[in-house]
Ligand binder design. Structure first.
Ligand code: FAD
Ligand code: DLZ
Ligand code: SF4
Length: 511
């Protein structure tokens, strides 16, 4: 057998991959901590710690099972601080006859490895990461010839293809989608169970990161790191979610609350995106739990959860591969402003942004509606350049890997792709935020006012956004209502709104 070197990337920690089913003495695995991956954006400190700690743990497990495994720490004196540099060094030091890797999920890393392997004179094999339910270009083929990429049709196709929540060829309960039932505000007396938070001591890795002066955002109690670091912990999080939070997952999926960073969400994205746990395993276990507990879990909850994973998650990956690298240059509205400083500090008088950002700095987490309808909504209304918005989302969240970050941020949230992912821009005035959260209750601003010293910035910016982008949006049938409402406003009202919006846009850092 010829000696083979296999690369495992930081988001390829899949202990169940077919690579690891047998120990082969001629195969050596390599994982590496390198500066470019740690610094290509300013990551949250918890994200840096989580990736390095999970990679180390994964390598330890492989070694325990008898696999040959090289692990390069960031401060290893032999570390060349690049994938290509380290791989060249390792291949040259031994008599390797083959190099193998799993398809990277990021275009950037895919290119790095393609360029590296083009130069190699030994055999190269590329493997599937065996993690997704679809292959890279399945979505592109599914929508070939269509003008739009409707998530709902893709989702139905996935349900049928994988026989999930199907009964005799029909959707369980006679409906594909229970979204309408899933939009409640959290009641004042709700007692949301605390999610399972781990208590890892990552002080040593933290010191290493600090000693290398790696720029980071957010904060951590390095002695009490809460995220899962391996498959067993990912399974524990899943069990905890099924037992304690699935029962209201759908109902309060869109709810936001100052005291509840996680509400009834699963907190599984980091484990899933590093491949500690497979999406189909999550979905099948959740469906079994629903079937075993019909008195606790209703169909709307389980359908809402399944849709996120086999629908949105796979869909975003497919859009990514269908449109990269051009996707990352899209800027449909030609937005140009810089992200206000408060995205990095949470120092703003707007209570919703203050909370959503502070929570992100504290926990490297915000749930979907906080990302979409608070931080994303504001960035879109304020006309921030999508590059700036992407860099922030790419850094701040534990689960941010470009294939799922950029499609959600530039696509769903910023509409910078011109409507590939979303059929209309996700913008709202204070009305929606007040309806879905308790943020407005403690705010410096008044959610009912459009202009005046206490007027909520979301209100004037919302109307100003539609006003500014009339030429790009007016023909969109899904936003016709906004234009009809604007037309019914007296001219003087619109003048006041425009003036107020201009004043806020002029001093974004001070609001
Ligand atoms: P839950 O609410 O419990 O949902 C369960 C799972 O469904 C998630 O773990 C996730 O795997 C999947 N899921 C739900 N919504 C989406 C979605 N829109 N796209 C893809 N998968 C989804 N998700 C990431 O994994 N990484 C990102 O970098 C990321 N960036 C985002 C940026 C913006 C602007 C927005 C609006 C959304 C982003 N999302 C991202 C999607 C979503 O917000 C997160 O997946 C979710 O908040 C993770 O928390 P959770 O595990 O508790 O999710
Ligand atoms: C996020 C991350 C970080 C911070 N560091 C590393 C690293 O040092 N080595 C590595 O292999 N991966 C790291 N990652 C995850 C990578 O960004 C990930 O491998 C790519 O996103 C590929 O999809
Ligand atoms: Fe946010 Fe406006 Fe409500 Fe304040 S009033 S919390 S700024 S929506």
């Amino acid at each position: 057998m010829s000696k083979t070197l296999r690369l495992i990337l930081g988001d390829q920690l899949n202990a169940q991959h077919s690579w690891f089913q047998k120990v082969h003495p001629h195969i050596t695995y390599v994982l590496m901590e390198i500066m470019p991956e740690a610094t290509y954006v300013s990551h949250h400190i918890q994200k840096l710690l989580g990736f390095f700690a999970a990679m180390r743990r994964f390598a330890d497990e492989l070694q325990k099972q008898g696999h040959q495994c090289i692990y390069l720490h960031l401060d290893d004196p032999h570390n060349q601080q690049s994938f290509a540099g380290n791989l060249e060094q390792i291949l040259a030091a031994d008599d390797f006859k083959a190099f193998e890797y799993q398809e990277p999920d990021e275009y950037r890393v895919d290119q790095i490895l393609k360029q590296f392997t083009d130069r190699l004179s030994i055999r190269v094999n590329v493997y599937d990461s065996e993690h997704f339910l679809t292959r890279r270009y399945d979505l592109q083929e599914f929508f070939a010839g269509s003008k739009t990429l409707l998530m709902e049709s893709f989702y139905r196709h996935m349900r049928k293809k994988h026989h999930l929540l199907m009964e005799e060829g029909k959707p369980a309960g006679g409906r594909w989608n229970f979204d309408r039932e899933n939009r409640r505000r959290l009641p004042a007396q709700a007692e949301v169970p605390t999610p399972l938070l781990f208590d890892h001591d990552l002080s040593e890795i933290n010191e290493m990161i600090q000693s290398h002066n790696i720029p980071f955002i957010g904060r951590v109690e390095a002695g009490h790191f809460t995220w899962p670091l391996h498959r067993q912990e990912a399974l524990q999080i899943l069990d905890d979610f099924l037992e304690n939070r699935l029962l209201y997952f759908g109902t309060y999926q869109d709810a936001m609350h100052t005291a509840e960073p996680y509400v009834y969400h699963s907190r599984l994205s980091f484990a899933m995106n590093t491949k500690m746990i497979h999406p189909i395993e999550i979905v099948e276990r959740a469906i079994s739990y629903w079937k075993e507990n019909p008195e606790r879990i209703n169909l709307a909850q389980i359908e809402g959860f399944v849709r996120q994973i086999i629908g949105w998650r796979e869909y975003m990956r497919g859009v990514y591969w269908a449109y990269m690298p051009e996707y990352e240059t899209r800027n449909f509205f030609s937005h140009f402003r810089q992200l206000p400083d408060f995205y990095w500090t949470a120092e703003t008088k707007m209570n919703c942004l203050k909370h959503a950002i502070q929570q992100s700095l504290d926990h490297a987490y915000a749930h979907h509606i906080q990302r979409l309808m608070i931080t994303g909504n504001f960035a879109l209304l304020a006309g921030i350049h999508p590059d700036e918005v992407d860099a922030w989302y790419m850094g701040i969240y534990m689960d941010a890997i470009q294939w799922v970050e950029i499609t959600n941020t530039r696509g769903m949230s910023q509409f910078a792709d011109g409507g590939l992912v979303g059929t209309k821009p996700y913008v709202s005035s204070a009305n929606y935020i007040n309806k879905m959260s308790n943020y407005c209750q403690g705010c410096h601003y008044d959610h009912r006012q459009r202009y005046g010293v206490k007027a909520c910035p979301f209100n004037s910016l919302y109307w100003d956004f539609y006003d500014r982008h009339r030429d790009r949006l007016q023909k969109n049938p899904r936003v016709g209502m906004a234009y009809r409402l604007m037309e019914s406003m007296p001219d003087s009202e619109l003048q006041h709104i425009r003036k107020q919006a201009a004043a806020y846009l002029d001093q974004l850092n001070a609001i």
